[in-house]
Design a protein around this ligand. Structure first.
Ligand SMILES: [Zn+2]
Length: 98
């Protein structure tokens, strides 16, 4: 049985835009949401959205990123060196256009 053959009952109102949906509509007349793009149970839940949720602990994040965790000590210095070398190279190109 193909998915398209499963009896499908649209919601009475579109959960995306709130417009009344005709009983046999295959897509929302208001915003065009349909089974694939929009209003079925899986899609209307926002749980899967890739945003920092309530569980996101900013303090913990900061601590992990900038705080006590052991990091290779030379990494920051290395990027400074890379930056300075690039800067010198660019300046040299301007000063000595050979
Ligand atoms: Zn809609």
């Amino acid at each position: 049985m193909k998915a398209s053959e499963i009896k499908w009952v649209p919601p009475e109102t579109c959960p995306v835009c709130g417009v009344d949906v005709p009983p046999k509509a295959l897509a929302c007349p208001g915003c065009g949401a349909d089974r694939q793009s929009g209003w079925n149970d899986e899609a209307t839940g926002l749980d899967g959205v890739d945003l920092p949720g309530e569980n996101f602990d900013y303090d913990q994040f900061v601590e992990r990123e900038f705080g006590g965790q052991v990091k290779p000590a030379g990494q920051k210095t290395m990027w400074w060196v890379v930056g300075i070398v690039l800067l010198i190279a660019i300046v040299a190109l301007f000063l000595f256009p050979w």
